[in-house]
Design a protein around this ligand. Structure first.
Ligand code: S3P
Length: 449
């Protein structure tokens, strides 16, 4: 791993730019992208609270998930790394965590901070959760308010991190309806619900990824759930287990779009997680004309998984159906790129959540694509993109957002001249080794400090 990707401090201190060259040849080969970020965070947390020793395989060695592992160690949990991509977690039991004198640094990870806010609300001791500059600007009222309704006490800087979580509160099972469709909010409530007296019930305005529910069940906690709702009672126990983490669909997405866009390409992606609450991009790209086939469909660790074969195909614009929005919330930056190179107009609506991700992804992608010559109009909750024109080369700024950086690298494949993408060090938060895999597929990516 490069110096820029060795840890949060390194990444924060280093500005890393890429110069990505237009594709001169088709992309080809078989890739195994890293483990799923959402599953890795949850597996660590539940293993830490379980009775017994859990093994996590295919664990994402990203800065976000490593920050969560460090925090659990600060809270007294023994976590070992016998080899990269594996963790052995010696569960402390539901009531076995210990206070940390130092603040708990979540780095860039919204998932880490929001889920831990729920989990730590149920402890006897106080905790402080902090994050990097990007995370310090992200809204936490969405977890503070429902957790407060359950009896938690969390102070913040007007809804922004750091979060000061007061321990020793009695949590009450509560019926809650989340204001936004957010798996992080739902999960924070469910994790607090483990410590609550009685039944906790969450309903959502639109169904979101259900990894917390599935994993609680796999660790032996009784939970009832369906699309858009979940219920559990406090006071049970979690039992250690082996978790096999599938490859992250969101990381695969960059290569799915890259292969679709570069003439003559054929890429295979091994063991990709296909939880139906994650694969909205598959439906949308197929509706745009993409050639994506699933092979060897199977179940691993309770999650649907398959190998993907993606071939180049001409794409056309689409009005993205609202029902797919939560199921592809992390894939909009790369969808914007596909839309820029598809013939005709693409319209994205109902995606205001993009404005409060690691960056304001609507603004960052609109500015960068406009810089490359794409006619794109920002709207409050999405964008209108007129695709099919020429992309010119130039300099674009990812604003330190990992998914924008990788999406803009994909856009460069179809530009007339090389594209310099600035501020890419945070790619290591979710996709360590992206550059190596991109080169293996045939992309020309130079790094520049
Ligand atoms: C995540 C949920 C999504 C997603 C994030 C991971 C999770 O966020 O954008 O990358 O693991 O629960 P929201 O819950 O805020 O939509």
């Amino acid at each position: 791993m490069s110096a820029a990707a060795t840890g949060r401090d390194g990444a924060a201190a280093t500005r890393r730019d890429w110069v990505v060259h237009p594709a001169r040849a088709p992309l080809a080969g078989t890739l195994a992208v890293p483990g799923d970020k959402s599953v890795s965070h949850r597996a660590l947390m539940l293993a830490a609270l379980a009775e017994g020793t859990s093994t996590l395989e295919g664990f994402l060695e990203g800065e976000d998930t490593c920050a969560t592992a460090r925090i659990l160690q600060q809270l007294g949990v023994r976590v070992e790394t016998p080899e990269p991509g594996m963790r052995v977690v010696y569960g402390a039991g539901l009531h076995g965590l210990r206070a940390s004198a130092a603040p708990l640094d979540c780095g860039n990870a919204g998932t880490g901070m929001r889920l831990l806010a729920g989990l730590l609300s149920g402890q006897r001791f106080d905790s402080v959760l902090t994050g990097d500059d990007s995370l310090s600007r992200r809204p936490m009222g969405r977890v503070i308010e429902p957790l407060a309704a359950m009896g938690a006490r969390i102070d913040s800087r007007q809804g922004l991190p750091p979060l000061f979580i007061h321990g020793d509160q009695s949590l009450r099972g509560t019926r809650l309806r989340t204001a936004v469709a957010s798996a992080q909010v739902k999960s924070a409530i469910l994790l607090a619900g483990l410590y609550a007296e009685g039944e906790t019930e969450v309903t959502e305005p639109q169904p979101t990824r259900d990894y917390t529910e599935r994993m609680l069940e796999a660790f032996g906690w009784p939970v009832r759930y369906g699309p858009g709702w979940a219920k559990l009672d406090g006071g049970h126990a979690l039992r250690a287990r082996t978790v096999r983490v599938p490859a992250d669909f969101s990381s695969a997405a960059f290569f799915i779009v890259a292969a679709s866009l570069v003439p003559g390409s054929e890429l295979r992606l091994r063991g990709v997680g296909l939880n139906p609450r994650r694969t909205g991009l598959l439906e949308v790209l197929r509706a745009m004309g993409a050639d994506i086939r699933l092979h060897s469909r199977r179940e691993e660790g309770g999650e649907p998984v398959a190998d993907l074969r993606v071939r180049h195909a001409p794409l056309h614009g689409i009005e993205v159906p609202l029902r797919h929005v939560p199921d592809m919330i992390d894939e909009f930056p790369v969808l914007f790129v596909a839309a820029a190179l598809a013939t005709g107009r693409t319209v994205v609506r109902g995606a205001a959540e993009l404005r409060v991700k690691e960056s304001d992804r609507i603004a960052v992608m609109a500015r960068a694509l406009a810089e490359l010559g794409v006619p794109i109009e920002e709207t409050a909750e999405g964008a209108v993109i007129e695709g099919g024109g020429e992309l010119r080369g130039g300099c674009v700024d990812s604003r330190g957002d990992h998914r924008c950086a990788m999406s803009l690298a994909v856009a460069a494949l179809r530009a007339a001249q090389p594209v310099r993408v600035s501020d890419c060090a945070n790619v290591a938060t979710s996709f360590p080794g992206f550059e190596t895999q991109a080169r293996a597929a045939g992309m020309v990516v130079e790094t520049a400090a």
